[in-house]
Design a protein around this ligand. Structure first.
Ligand code: ASP
Length: 320
């Protein structure tokens, strides 16, 4: 094998979608106020000059949004562009810069529509690019390290934040302000990056049913997410099912249930009536992963992502 100094650098693509990592201060950069999704992905790369010694990097700006405003149209475009790049034999991996708010949803969505062979690494930041102690540049460097690492082949879609590699299925944002804002819960992360080294402890098995077909931007069904809380009755469910205003009509409901996935008696009755009318109903837990069951302990937000893709694959049946 040629010495590493003579080997051509791996080729990757960094796709920008916005987020705090691309955010700029609205005033004094030492204070919290900022606007997410301002800088372009090229600007983010300029802050990390050492990237040039790790990979040959092309960039594409897919969107520039605060990820709280993530839409199905952006998801469709993003997945389509990742598929386009990864289909090229010369491209080894994609890195995606994203906001932290819906990072886990985008990552899980991508993990369900993309094949596992080439790494897709999402990264983000809790502090804007103009902050005195910005965390974005290090996270971007770590993400590129993982994307180009020989051991990462076949790893699928992962999130790299604060030196930790998380599986798309397990990762969740658990803190509103600290840079250690993400956790993989009971399953734990896949690995860590220390300096130049990547340590992978485990891999995620492929999900049953994946990869799902990528829905066209206008073909996403409506699946709403509710919570069982003190005082919840069935009224909201009945309104959602019967509402003539909803476009598209409701196809699925996910409930973040109490404890082991329980719901109030009134909500249960309303959900049963909804199911009898053809609405797909799934229940997760507000507390954490549910043990057993078909849904692999998915959080409510991820269960919704999976149901969206399952229903999109079925198409839109007529409801009575
Ligand atoms: N609201 C921002 C976003 O998700 C938060 C962040 O990126 O940390 O785009």
């Amino acid at each position: 094998m040629a010495p590493s100094s003579l080997r051509p650098l791996p080729q990757i693509v960094v796709l920008g979608t916005g987020g705090t990592i691309a955010g700029t201060a609205t005033g004094d950069p030492s204070l919290p106020g900022y606007t997410a999704g301002v800088l372009g992905v090229e600007d983010l790369l300029k802050e990390v000059p050492t990237l040039g010694s790790l990979a040959q990097i092309q960039t594409e700006q897919v969107a520039n949004v605060d990820s709280k405003d993530m839409t199905f149209a952006v998801w469709t475009r993003l997945a389509g562009r990742v598929m386009h790049w990864l289909a090229q034999p010369s491209i080894q991996a994609c890195v995606i810069t994203h906001g932290t708010d819906t990072l886990e949803e985008t990552a899980y969505f991508l993990s369900l529509v993309l094949p596992l062979d080439k790494p897709v690494v999402l990264t983000a930041a809790m502090r804007p690019a103009t902050a005195l102690n910005a965390d974005g540049p290090q996270n971007l460097l770590d993400a590129v390290r993982v994307a180009t690492h020989p051991e990462a082949r076949g790893i699928g879609v992962v999130c790299v934040l604060h030196g930790v590699v998380h599986a798309a299925r397990d990762v969740a944002k658990i803190n509103t302000h600290a840079v250690e804002a993400f956790s993989s819960g009971e399953r734990g992360p896949l690995g860590e990056i220390e300096g130049e080294h990547l340590r992978l402890w485990r891999r995620t098995p492929p999900e049953s049913g994946a990869p799902f077909a990528l829905p066209a931007a206008e073909a996403w069904p409506r699946v709403e997410l509710l919570s069982n809380v003190a005082g919840t009755d069935g009224a909201v469910v009945r309104c959602l099912v019967e509402s003539p205003c909803l476009h598209p009509r409701l196809r699925g409901l996910v409930v973040a249930g109490t404890g082991g996935g329980t719901v109030s008696r009134e909500l249960e009755a309303a959900l049963e009536a909804a199911a009898a009318q053809g609405v797909s109903v799934k229940v997760a837990s507000r507390v954490g992963p549910l043990r057993g069951g078909d849904d692999d302990g998915l959080s409510a937000v991820k269960l919704r992502v999976r149901l969206l893709l399952e229903l999109a694959a079925i198409g839109t049946p007529l409801r009575p």
